[in-house]
Design a protein around this ligand. Sequence first.
Ligand SMILES: C[S@@+](CC[C@H](N)C(=O)[O-])C[C@H]1O[C@@H](n2cnc3c(N)ncnc32)[C@H](O)[C@@H]1O
Length: 213
Amino acid sequence: MGRRALRKIDPSLDLSHHLKAFDQLPRPWDARALFGRCGSLEVEVGTGKGLFLRNAAAGRPDVDLLGIEIAQKYARFAAAALARREVKNAVVALADAPRVFRELLPDGSLAAVHVYFPDPWWKKRHQKRRVMKGPFLSDVQRTLTPGGKLHFWTDVEEYFRVSLELLARHTDLKGPLEVPETPAEHEMAYRTHFERRMRLHGEPVYRAEFRKE
Ligand SMILES: C[S@@+](CC[C@H](N)C(=O)[O-])C[C@H]1O[C@@H](n2cnc3c(N)ncnc32)[C@H](O)[C@@H]1O
């Protein structure tokens, strides 16, 4: 993702609460083992540098947030940002997100799923690596609570259109509901680092929200 080198992580920072490898995730699933409580749980797929995770966790202390990131350097970076701020209600899993859904997350366990700017895998032969695929979307439908939401944003129009078609085919989620663009009130007031980058470059962002009935 980002082209700039990531800031070095202070080696004395303890990441043990904020960073979990796939094998360290509780099984059977038990959110209490990660957050010390069993509150409303939201999952972010492809956390990247973690701007959404830390803003959402700080702004909504009543909610628990699990970010899933497959690249070790981003997972560590996002977890370190949480550890530095002593955020209690967010954790990063270093893992393949569709696998976490498929193997670990129980039915009706999530209040929201956030997918922001997933890798588009432009080449046709690589598109099988995309996260927004039928089986994953069926798992999103399965794991959401009634009233739970899927938030999906991307800068790639084709990926947006294809994902909306897959959502219609593989889920009964209600949507797409319109998501208006909001003005950025300060330098970092964007949903994610990628949204910030796209908007600063004047690129379009396609946003959709879906709701489980
Ligand atoms: C284009 S970046 C967007 C990051 C962030 N959501 C944002 O908007 O700034 C996509 C991220 O998804 C991660 N990713 C790709 N495939 C994944 C997978 N199967 N499971 C978890 N994370 C994944 C990548 O490593 C990368 O950090």
